[in-house]
Write a protein that binds this ligand. Structure first.
Ligand SMILES: [Zn+2]
Length: 386
């Protein structure tokens, strides 16, 4: 049988695979699969459409429902344009820190989860443990929903999910949901002196942006929901982050493109807000087409992540309270796969080593203290399952 690697040894291997979201992650998945197989653990793959990437899940312990699920993503953000003091694809220890792309977000947790799975398998446990490793998290949490689907019926359904995004090991029970749209307003070019015969994509796009401003004003004037009150800011926000369009001051713009992002507190209905924006865009599309058939509005939704709603007496929260001794639970403003697990009927929380401030940075690091705290949590978890 293969040696049981330490979390640090596993981390070294995981970081050595440059699994940037735009690239395949199969080398990493092959390694994980072989490592688990070497310990007699069967794993299952969920492939993406063109079979360039795979998610992986595995189950150890009795073949019954009620597992604790450790969830992490295998992809990392690029290092392009960043200045690193050491090779981002080699874990380098200095000043009590482990430097490397993904050490914090979130191969550190992945390594701990793999360690726990193998340890639990050999120790023997009464309550099962599962691991779920996704891809394409960094480009909008795209990989988890099909992975969660793939798990159904292949392994017994788990109960409590720990998503190990960096939270400095704090128990996080809520986060905002999010949705993003690329908007393309198509106009009709004429000399601006003939304005009524043309359609300015910029001026029409501005109507949609004003609709967004109006929603923000409306939301901020409305009474606050109880769940939202815990966030900063304590309400849903809509934002336009980039815009381009037009060719000259005296030509009605043929194109205007902008990106819309919504961050939605758990009290509000993300899908209803997204649908309202789609309806408003459809109204404008029809109005523009009535003036010029070439004109119109095209929307492309590029992500949608449900909010994580704090659960009343949730099993995942209860488990983490017991393991960490923490009484307080926090909320965060970044989205994670926890909302997606919760939407699929799991109890879910976020708790992982490292500080989100380190994620995506040049010289990304995980402190040894945080890694050790994560390891301690996993040891307690394996004991608890036994
Ligand atoms: Zn992450």
């Amino acid at each position: 049988m293969m040696d049981e690697l330490t979390p640090r040894q596993i981390l070294d291997r995981l970081v050595s695979f440059p699994t940037v979201s735009r690239s395949p992650n199969l080398d990493l998945i092959d390694w994980v699969e072989a490592y688990l197989a070497g310990h007699g653990i069967e794993s299952h793959r969920h492939w993406n459409e063109d079979r360039t990437k795979a998610g992986l899940f595995a189950h150890v312990g009795p073949w019954v429902e009620g597992a604790v699920v450790l969830s992490g993503h295998t992809d990392v953000v690029p290092v392009d344009g960043q200045t690193w003091s050491s090779d981002p694809w080699t874990v380098t220890e200095r000043d009590g820190r482990l430097y490397g792309r993904g050490c914090c977000d979130m191969k550190g947790f992945d390594a701990l989860a793999l360690w726990a799975l193998v340890r639990a398998h050999h120790a023997g446990i009464a309550r099962p443990l599962q691991i779920a490793l996704s891809y394409d998290e960094e480009i909008g949490c795209l990989g988890a929903p099909p992975l969660i689907d793939a798990m159904q019926g292949v392994v017994p359904k788990g109960t409590a999910v720990i998503v190990g995004e960096p939270s400095r090991m704090q128990l996080i029970t809520g986060h905002k949901g999010g949705a993003g749209f690329h908007v393309h307003v198509k106009g009709y070019e004429v000399h601006s002196s003939l304005l009524p015969q043309g359609v300015s994509a910029i001026m029409e796009g501005a109507r949609l942006i004003q609709w967004i401003n109006d929603r923000n004003a409306e939301i901020q004037a409305a009474p606050r929901g109880a769940l939202g009150a815990r966030f900063d800011p304590p309400f849903t926000t809509l934002h336009v982050g980039m815009i381009e369009g037009g060719t000259a001051h005296n030509i009605t713009a043929a194109d205007c493109r902008f990106a819309v992002e919504m961050r939605v507190v758990p009290d509000d209905d993300l899908e209803a807000l997204a649908a309202a924006f789609e309806a408003e865009s459809a109204r404008l599309d029809a109005a523009l087409k009535a003036r010029r058939p070439e004109a119109g509005v095209h929307l492309q939704r590029f992500f949608g992540v449900p909010a994580l709603t704090p659960e009343a007496d949730g099993p995942a929260e209860a488990l983490l309270r017991q393991l960490t001794g923490q009484n307080a639970a926090g909320v965060v403003s970044y989205g994670t796969e926890a909302g997606q697990f919760q939407e699929a009927g799991y109890s879910a929380v976020v708790c992982g080593p490292g500080d989100i401030a380190q994620a995506h940075q040049p010289d990304e690091f995980l402190s040894l203290a945080q890694f050790q705290a994560g390891h301690d949590l996993m040891k307690k978890l394996v004991e608890q399952l036994g």
